[in-house]
Design a protein around this ligand. Structure first.
Ligand code: NI
Length: 177
C-alpha cells in the first residue's frame, strides 16, 4: 500500500471527468487500498480517485469516528434522492476551507464493490453528503464551485500563495473529503 499525493485546488487535473471502470481487477483493488491509506493518513473521511490523479470512477470513504468502517464505491450512480439541507464541508483538495453546501439529505445509490459485485445503498445525513461530495470529484466538480465567484477567487489566491510558501504544510482541522 502507498500514501498517494492528493492534488490541490486550483490544480486543473481535478477538473477531469473520470471514466467508468470496465473491469474490477487487482489493479483496481490496489488503487482502492492506496486510496484508503491516503485518506486515513490525511485524516479524511472520503477520497475520490480523481484527487490522486487517477481518473476512474472509484471512491472510498469512512465516516465512522473509530475509522473502522471502510466503504468503497466503483461506478457509483444515484438512483433516487430527496430532501435538501446545507452542511459544512471540507475537502482534502481544498485544505483549510470549510463552507456550507446544499445537498440532498437522503439518497439511494448503486455501485460495484471491490469484487465487482453490484450493490445498492440507502444513505442519509453525513454519509449521503460525503457520497455526493465524492461523486462530484468524479465529475471534476469541487466544493469551491458551490461558492460565490468572489469567495472562490479569494480561496484560489490564498491557495496559490500558501503553496509557494509551504507546499507540504496545509493544515485541515475539520473533517475533509
Ligand atoms: Ni473533496
Amino acid at each position: 500500500m502507498a500514501v498517494l499525493t492528493v492534488l490541490e485546488y486550483p490544480d486543473l487535473r481535478l477538473r477531469t471527468r473520470a471514466s467508468a471502470v470496465t473491469t474490477v481487477d487487482d489493479a483496481v483493488r490496489q488503487l482502492i487500498d492506496d486510496l484508503f491509506e491516503t485518506m486515513y493518513a490525511a485524516s479524511g473521511i472520503g477520497l475520490a480517485a480523481s484527487q490522486v490523479d487517477v481518473h476512474e470512477r472509484i471512491m472510498v470513504l469512512d465516516i465512522s469516528a473509530t475509522k473502522d468502517e471502510p466503504r468503497c464505491f466503483i461506478n457509483p450512480e444515484i438512483l433516487a434522492q430527496q430532501g435538501s439541507a446545507s452542511s459544512d464541508e471540507g475537502c482534502l483538495s481544498v485544505p483549510g476551507v470549510t463552507e456550507p453546501v446544499n445537498r440532498a439529505t437522503k439518497i439511494r445509490i448503486r455501485a460495484l464493490d471491490r469484487d465487482g459485485r453490484s450493490f445498492e445503498l440507502e444513505a442519509e445525513d453525513l454519509l449521503a453528503v460525503c457520497i455526493q461530495h465524492e461523486m462530484d470529484h468524479l465529475d471534476g466538480k469541487l466544493l469551491v464551485d458551490y461558492l460565490s465567484e468572489l469567495k472562490r477567487l479569494r480561496i484560489k489566491k490564498k491557495a496559490l500563495k500558501q503553496r509557494k510558501r509551504a507546499p507540504m504544510d496545509a493544515p485541515t482541522t475539520k473533517p475533509a473529503y
